[in-house]
Write a protein that binds this ligand. Structure first.
Ligand SMILES: Nc1ncnc2c1ncn2[C@@H]1O[C@H](COP(=O)(O)OP(=O)(O)OP(=O)(O)O)[C@@H](O)[C@H]1O
Length: 244
């Protein structure tokens, strides 16, 4: 090792600088106003279910918010609405102060790609593709795979999988798959990481590793919105909402 090479914290900082594109300093990347979510109804066939009533949230840059609550209380529903993947029945979603309800589908999709990284329950990966290829998937539509390959390797290093980049999902543990999914959600330089039940069905050690990674990303100014009833995850969050 030469004298110029950073060690310890400095080395990690340098890796992070090469990994996570510095975020624009917008104070509130995500805001939810008076969100109500209902499903079903006469035309739909299924019974009408009122899941969330008048929910509000301001997520500041670098903050972590946990949405907790029993199974079926509406945690995933709030996450998908926040990520612009589903529409609320009433209320408004703002990304960096821009209201989604004034955008057409293409604009929502474009802005989502630039702003939001979504990790769904179980962090679904494509079987048959390596961890590295999975992380690079979001870069495929814009033809940026080559350009982002180094960053993808750095991200896998950051989540502790630098020696597993060629492993396919079936060769990884549940916690490792979840970490690949988080790295994939960060590859486009996301500013808001939306993660559904990241520690469900993991042992305490693997769960704590994931929690550490999520907390670390907030130090880069990335906001994290997470759904979970994991007490440790709730404890390290800056704020939480308990759905009834
Ligand atoms: N597309 C849908 N159509 C009808 N009902 C739905 C739909 N999606 C969700 N629901 C219902 O809305 C409620 C909230 O679901 P949601 O997935 O948001 O809860 P959750 O808190 O994330 O649950 P879990 O912890 O079990 O994942 C549930 O009762 C569910 O059955």
């Amino acid at each position: 090792m030469t004298a110029e090479q950073p060690v310890g914290d400095a080395a990690e900082l340098q890796t992070r600088a090469n990994t996570i594109i510095k975020v624009a300093d917008h104070e509130t990347p995500l805001r939810l106003e008076n969100i109500t979510i209902r499903y079903g109804g006469e035309r739909n066939g299924a019974e009408r279910v009122s899941v969330v009533e008048d929910f509000g949230l301001e997520l500041g840059a670098g903050e972590m918010h946990c949405v907790a609550g029993r199974s079926g209380s509406g945690k995933t529903s709030i996450l998908t609405v926040s990520a612009g993947l589903t529409l609320p029945t009433a209320g408004r979603v703002f990304w960096e102060d821009a209201p989604l309800d004034t955008m057409d589908d293409d604009e929502v999709a474009d802005r989502r790609r630039a702003l939001i990284g979504y990790v769904d329950q179980g962090g679904a990966l494509i079987e048959g593709m390596s961890a590295l290829e999975n992380v690079l998937l979001p870069a495929v539509p814009d033809g940026e795979v080559e350009q982002r390959t180094e960053m993808a390797k750095n991200l896998l290093e950051l989540v502790g999988l630098g020696k597993r980049i060629k492993h396919r999902p079936e060769q990884l543990s549940g916690g490792e798959r979840q970490r690949v999914a988080i790295a994939r959600a960060l590859i486009l330089g996301t500013r808001v990481l939306v993660v559904d039940e990241p520690t469900a069905s993991l042992d305490r050690t693997s769960a704590n590793k994931i929690i550490g990674i999520l907390k670390d990303t907030t130090k880069d100014g990335i906001s994290v919105l997470v759904a979970s009833h994991d007490h440790e995850l709730i404890r390290v969050s800056d704020s939480m909402t308990e759905l009834s």
